[in-house]
Design a protein around this ligand. Sequence first.
Ligand code: DX5
Ligand code: ZN
Length: 239
Amino acid sequence: MSQHRVQVSASILDSDLANLASESRRALSAGADRIHLDVMDGHFVPNISFGATLIRRLRAIGDQPFDAHLMISEPSRYMDQFISAGCDSITFHVEVEEPIEPTLLKIRRAGRLAGLAIKPATPLSALDPYRELVDIVMVMTVEPGFGGQQFMRDAALKIDAAHEVFRDRPGERPSAREVHVDGGVNDNSANLCGRQGIDILVVGSVLWKAGVDIARRIESLKSLADEGYRESRFAGEAE
Ligand code: DX5
Ligand code: ZN
């Protein structure tokens, strides 16, 4: 049970992948609210991780929310697999070179949250055509592909404005309205993310370093982000 407003989605990319189920349980029992699953195809990004089959098997750990982050060139081609694997939210990149709208609609029709991620150099305006179709905006604060990189402050400054993407048209289904920040989140960057009004911190490598007390690390990140959030323009808004 978390007293915090800001939630943590634990990225298991840099965990002990030979023991993924126990690593995921360890993060969840230490206070992570969800699991963030980084799927890479060696084409959209210069790295290969894992796919839908692994996610399907990992579902056996329980019903905690699974956020899939697809760093792949053809999300449409594989979307049925990620839906049936049991992902609760599925986020792919706005930079893909294929039609985006049908894939977002497919995710929502399956009753899952649909997200778009933007690379550090991509302006938020790239999301304009999809404003009514997204539940999650994922602001990347590193170049996607690897954990353990340096947080890019300039990219994080898009978080505040990212909330504007969710203006629903009258009569439309209100989205879940979540802004996620992904990449380089640590004790030095969590406060800034909070001041920008972040909803979900994606946290990877800092959880998995040898000797880290994961519960203390998560508690510290949430507290720093909450402190920042109280200074944000969103403070006091009904949740
Ligand atoms: C990077 C991934 C991230 C990454 C986060 O491409 O999308 O989710 O694993 O790891 P850290 O927190 O180490 O940047
Ligand atoms: Zn990610």
